[in-house]
Design a protein around this ligand. Structure first.
Ligand SMILES: [Fe+2]
Length: 307
């Protein structure tokens, strides 16, 4: 019935907001903003009705959670970086029915997931910053998914992504985009050094690691990337432990995914972290199962069961 029409890994750096405002940072993140505008344009062209955002700024300690309120509106100030994002207005329609559909599918696939429609909880800035550039006219409905998962298996996040895709393709009457909102390496500059690292990566090691990962994405080496993801998430300081990326790859077919990333905004540094906007073409994935990590790199992680 429905369709997963677009999948992307996106940045949400607060300096995009600063880039709009008068001051020394004005215009400095135009490339990232232009990338969001382009991804939104493609979503509109594809007939997407709802953006589902895997938000690495929504910290959860137990279970997976979906914020599917009927309507979001307010002024947002970041508790992490209140000097960067302060009193930023936001407004977007929600999609409670889709949120509940997604949660039901995740639970049926063994991933405990809660949908919250009657809630005072508003989305975090991993959702709100992209919406500012993708959805200023409130064209899209929005659903936000917790992806800063402190005590979770990456395999469960991958299975959640797969379950959500199945739910859309089987039961949803419409078109959806999945946006994995998080960075690559995410080692913030040490306190006091932030200005020096405003446009740089924290270390040559992390920058090299990120660059190699981007090359894997560009050539479609998903077998290698999926095998190294658990170690990359920890040793590479992945944002949200890279649960957004695991969700996205789960939806695409995990190591069986057979396409290549299209880079929309080239890799860039922000406050020490590694950022990108990239689209991952959705390809047909036959059957009901997706393979899980097989290598020793996956030791310590629960086997990714066949679905
Ligand atoms: Fe972030």
């Amino acid at each position: 019935m429905g369709e997963l029409a677009l999948v992307a890994k996106i940045t949400h750096v607060p300096s995009m907001y600063l880039s709009e405002l008068d001051g020394p940072r004005k215009g400095s993140r135009q490339a990232a903003i232009d990338g969001h505008v382009e991804i939104a344009r493609r979503c509109r062209e594809a007939g997407v009705d709802t953006l589902v955002v895997f938000d690495t700024h929504w910290l959860v300690n137990a279970g997976y959670h979906i914020n599917c309120g009927a309507h979001f509106k307010g002024l947002y100030t970041s508790n992490e970086l209140p000097h960067f994002i302060s009193n930023m207005p936001f407004e977007a329609p929600g999609n409670p029915a889709l949120g509940h559909l997604l949660a039901r599918a995740c639970n049926e696939h063994g991933v405990e997931t809660f949908a919250h429609d009657a809630t005072t909880l508003n989305p975090e800035y991993g959702t709100l910053v992209p919406l500012r550039y993708m959805n200023g006219d409130q064209h899209f409905k929005v659903v936000s998914v917790s992806a800063l998962c402190t005590s979770h298996y990456l395999n469960d996040s991958a299975r959640l992504g797969w379950a959500m895709r199945q739910a859309i393709e089987t039961h949803y009457d419409g078109k959806v985009a999945f946006l994995a909102s998080g960075s690559l390496s995410h080692r913030f500059a040490q306190n006091g050094l932030a200005p020096d690292y405003a446009f740089r990566i924290w270390s040559p090691l992390l920058e090299t690691l990120d660059q190699q990962v981007v090359e894997m994405w560009k050539r479609g080496d998903w077998q290698t990337f999926c095998e190294m993801l658990p170690e990359y998430a920890t040793k590479g300081h992945g944002e949200g432990f890279m649960h957004d990326t695991a969700m996205m790859l789960g939806a695409l077919g995990w190591s069986r995914y057979d396409s290549r990333a299209e880079i929309i905004t080239p890799y860039f540094g922000a406050s020490g972290t590694g950022q990108i906007n990239a689209v991952f073409p959705v390809t047909q994935q036959g059957g009901d199962s997706i393979p899980g990590p097989q290598s020793s790199a996956a030791q310590g992680y629960r086997a990714f069961p066949r679905l």
